[in-house]
Design a protein around this ligand. Structure first.
Ligand code: JB3
Length: 209
């Protein structure tokens, strides 16, 4: 099976979103791997939901895995567990706009209606979710989740494993550290340190390191 034959790790809400985008993009999905023995579904849009750890599945299928769980901490754990597994593709919804000068690494999901503008860099396993806007010259780190309709102004840098909540706005040039949580709807007007949690308008630190 070619690299376009993908298997999604996780079989819940985020996996459904990724499945739809993959099908719209012409990527064939072999199935899902979910570690919940009571996973509610055995098939999702005709694709089988395997129950078990990913490595059990790769023993007998040549496929291209993709993280399809949404939680940043869980994704970080899976990235570490899966180590040298070859994440050979990304899923970009056809309705997303990716500037020709932008770079999107492997294992990335870009949702419907999202925008990745000129010279922006999206690192591996990041999520640019539905309708999110990543403006010019941004750098979105490894396993960063830019939530639905969040907006990163020009030149924003987001460190690895950070979450930009639904509808949050980060003003141009702001630096967001690693392991940061920006609350839904927050407006970030100044830099945020590693591990901090910021909420509100303007965003204030509610959990420091
Ligand atoms: O807010 C939005 C737009 N999306 C959310 C997304 C970013 O995060 C969504 O609403 C959810 O809050 C969440 O999506 P996710 O991760 O799909 O959540 P859930 O519907 O709970 O599905 C997670 C699935 O992954 C469950 O069926 C778990 O059993 C499974 N799972 C959890 N840990 C795992 C593991 N599967 C495998 N293979 N390995 C694991 O370690």
């Amino acid at each position: 099976m070619g690299e376009s034959y993908m298997i999604l790790i996780g079989g819940g809400g985020h996996a459904k979103v990724m499945l739809d985008a993959a099908l719209c993009a012409g990527i064939e999905i072999q199935g899902f791997v979910d570690d919940d023995p009571d996973a509610p579904l055995t098939r999702l849009r005709g694709c089988p939901v395997y129950v078990g750890a990913f490595d059990d599945v790769t023993n007998y299928t040549q496929c291209c895995p993709m993280l399809a769980v949404g939680g940043v901490s869980l994704r970080a754990k899976l990235i570490e567990q899966l180590g040298d597994v070859d994440f050979a593709q990304s899923i970009v919804h056809p309705s997303a706009m990716i500037a020709s000068s932008a770079t999107v690494a492997l294992g990335v999901f870009v949702g419907p209606g999202a925008v990745v503008n000129a010279e922006a860099k999206i690192c591996s396993h990041a999520i640019v979710n539905t309708g999110a806007i990543v403006e010019h010259d941004c750098r979105v780190g490894i396993n960063v989740h830019v939530g639905p309709r969040a907006v990163l102004g020009g030149g924003v840098h987001v460190g690895d494993h950070s979450l930009i909540g639904i509808g949050a706005v980060v003003l141009p040039g702001v630096k967001i550290g690693s392991g940061v949580v920006v609350g839904a709807g927050a407006v970030v007007v100044k830099d945020v340190g590693d591990g901090e949690v910021v909420v509100g308008v303007p965003a204030r630190v509610v959990v420091g390191v």
